[in-house]
Ligand binder design. Structure first.
Ligand SMILES: NC(=O)c1ccc[n+]([C@@H]2O[C@H](COP(=O)([O-])OP(=O)(O)OC[C@H]3O[C@@H](n4cnc5c(N)ncnc54)[C@H](O)[C@@H]3O)[C@@H](O)[C@H]2O)c1
Length: 317
């Protein structure tokens, strides 16, 4: 198997900076590319801040933080980013034409055997690879925000993806400390976002039916299924709960579940009013810049503690 040493991350936004950070922290030489210089500077600050959080939590040393930062080179030159790259991760906006254009440029600038992985959440890999000169090297690695914390990476191949590329991608994801899950076929929303969407649809149904308020529904998830799901998946839950019990539960509850095929009406109303959540100051809840900053800090600290437990789980403790 080819050894990956140098990686390129294309797009330094919400996802790109987190992906660059994990590769750098795992010892890879990283080129982080963006068309906007200010996005690169913002990415650098965000990476420094989140590595500091890892240091504060004792998950890496101050020296490892400096090494990780030293492994990242920022660039606004695509040629510099990809010329010597063994593995490219594309994390530019979710517009297929933009992605096709960047793949076309990569074909001119990168080696033929370089793996090209997209972080797309919704575009099928067959569509991404439609005009590819080397479709065998194209694959999806779908990370979750914040990418430097959430372990899952969904890996999606298409018919023409070379087996060696799939194996190399899975191996590389493990080397950067991620938990890769390979899909056997393409499907919209992959696995995790479909599971999440099913829960979100039902949560809005409960809210719209007046069963409970948003805070109560959030509390029920966090203190109930959410508490278990970090360590016990749905199938494990059923085996431990008893399949006969779950047979009755599903027969009783399934006919009652929401089966809407569109976004919940409440989301549509909020979006129409420009209430988009934290980015506009109100959504399901009300937010201020102070409450948002505090919530993100607390969230990341808690995610770090959880990550610590999950790393122990992987190590068999
Ligand atoms: N945000 C999420 O929670 C999330 C989760 C998983 C996957 N994704 C996917 O990751 C990808 C990136 O999403 P994001 O949320 O990081 O977006 P973003 O808007 O935060 O960042 C995109 C970055 O790409 C840069 N850019 C735009 N055109 C470019 C080009 N031609 N070349 C290089 N850089 C370019 C922008 O300047 C920006 O910095 C999308 O495909 C998205 O669907 C997002």
């Amino acid at each position: 198997m080819k050894e990956i040493k140098q990686v390129a991350v294309i797009g330094a936004g919400i996802m790109g900076h987190g992906i660059a950070q994990i590769f750098a922290a795992a010892g890879f030489s990283v080129r982080l590319y963006d068309i906007h210089e200010h996005m690169l500077q913002k990415a650098k600050e965000a990476i420094e801040a989140s590595l500091s959080l890892f240091v504060t939590h004792g998950m890496i040393s101050a020296e490892q933080k400096e090494q990780a930062l030293g492994n990242i080179r920022l660039t606004i030159s695509l040629a510099e980013a990809v010329a010597d790259a063994d593995f490219i991760t594309e994390a530019i906006p979710e517009k297929v034409e933009l992605k096709w254009e960047i793949y076309r440029q990569i074909e001119e600038l990168a080696r033929e055997d370089t793996v090209v992985a997209s972080n797309t959440s919704t575009i099928p890999i067959t569509q991404l690879a439609r005009y590819a000169k080397y479709p065998e090297r194209m694959i999806i690695t779908h990370y979750f925000n914040p990418a430097y914390l959430v372990p899952l990476v969904e890996v999606v191949k298409h018919e023409k993806t070379a087996t060696s590329v799939v194996e190399l991608t899975l191996e590389t994801m493990k080397r950067i400390g991620k938990v890769p899950v390979l899909l056997q076929k393409e499907i919209a929303g992959f696995i995790a976002n479909r599971l999440q969407a099913a829960v979100v649809r039902e949560a809005f149904h409960l809210l719209e039916e007046g069963v409970a308020g948003a805070a109560q529904i959030d509390a029920a998830m966090k203190a109930g299924p959410g508490f278990r799901w970090a360590f016990i998946g749905p199938f494990e839950t059923l085996d431990f709960g008893g399949l006969d019990t779950w047979q009755s539960a599903m027969n009783n509850v399934a006919p009652e579940l929401c089966n809407a095929t569109q976004a919940p009406a409440m989301i549509n109303q909020l979006v129409e009013r420009g209430e988009l959540g934290v980015k506009t100051g109100s959504g399901i809840y009300a937010h201020t810049p102070e409450t948002v900053a505090a919530a993100i800090e607390l969230r990341d600290q808690r995610f770090l503690s959880l990550l610590h437990s999950k790393q122990n789980e992987t190590a068999g403790h």
